[in-house]
Design a protein around this ligand. Structure first.
Ligand code: MF3
Ligand code: CO
Length: 257
């Protein structure tokens, strides 16, 4: 199976979905406060997109029950919003959201601190976000997919953290999960060559401790050792002008999150 190459028109459609995703995530990022529950975030999202075109991509996907994934502290990904999960000062929460508009998808995530967090946890957020920036910078035609995964892994491991193996970034377009898979590890110069029009959701999942995952039920992945985990994601296109982050407005520049 080949990796899809998206036309300029298709990229604009994905950007439309991506701008809604960005609007929701930036609103949630500023709204989230100690004392709120993760279900409060889900409700805010429902309100935010009620009058927007398209639909939330996760709800109903393989039976997933919500619009958001909200993964707290040692939860890595796919935490399910709950009225019983109250956020407290010192927690971190990964908020993951996707939209489908006019047949095209966009997917993004940000990990947010609640109030004051421990310095080691702040470092985990900084290193994970920077690993995403470094990976995005590799999204240039002529590079190889392995260069992207390597950029994440090398930065994370140099900083004493570990990358999760069981979940990966992914091609995205007319389906949320398309070819290719993008592991958060890799070797430079290996894998398919990147070409203009390729679009990948890059999503480093980084554990402060060991890389192993433990499943809690069907969906929730948490660190086996209970250490905190961070997750940042953007949908990124390879273009003639370099990487294009489809999940934010063009006028926003600088660090990915
Ligand atoms: N960003 C996540 C992913 O790429 C979202 C999927 S959650 C699901 O896998 F519920 F939709 F599966
Ligand atoms: Co994704």
């Amino acid at each position: 199976m080949a990796i899809h190459l998206r036309s300029a028109e298709e990229l604009e459609k994905m950007h439309r979905a991506g701008l809604i995703v960005y609007e929701v995530l930036t609103a949630l990022r500023s709204a989230v406060k100690p004392g709120m529950t993760t279900m409060d975030l889900e409700k805010l999202t429902e309100e935010k997109i009620a009058w927007q075109p398209g639909h939330a991509a996760f709800k109903g996907y393989r039976g997933y029950p919500c619009m958001l994934c909200t993964s707290v502290n040692s939860e890595i990904v796919h935490g399910i919003p709950s009225p019983r999960r109250r956020l407290r000062e010192g927690d971190i929460v990964s908020i993951d959201f996707g939209m489908e508009v006019d047949g095209y998808y966009a997917d993004s995530a940000v990990t947010v601190p609640l109030g004051k967090i421990r310095p080691e946890v702040q470092k985990l957020l900084d290193v994970t976000r920077e690993s995403l920036d470094r990976a995005i910078d590799k999204m240039r035609s002529g590079n190889r997919l392995g260069d992207v995964g390597h950029a994440v892994q090398s930065w994370v491991e140099e900083n004493g953290f570990s990358v999760v193996r069981e979940f990966v970034g992914h091609g995205i377009g007319t389906r949320m999960h398309d070819e290719p898979n993008l592991p958060n590890y890799g070797e430079e110069g290996r894998g398919p060559r990147l070409q203009e029009g390729m679009v990948i959701a890059i999503e480093p999942m980084v554990n402060a401790g060991r890389p192993e995952v433990r499943m809690r039920g069907e969906w929730v992945a948490e660190t086996a050792d209970g250490s905190p985990s961070a997750h940042f994601e953007h949908t990124v296109a390879v273009t003639a002008n370099g990487p294009w982050i489809l999940t934010r407005p063009r006028e926003v520049t600088g660090p990915s999150w």
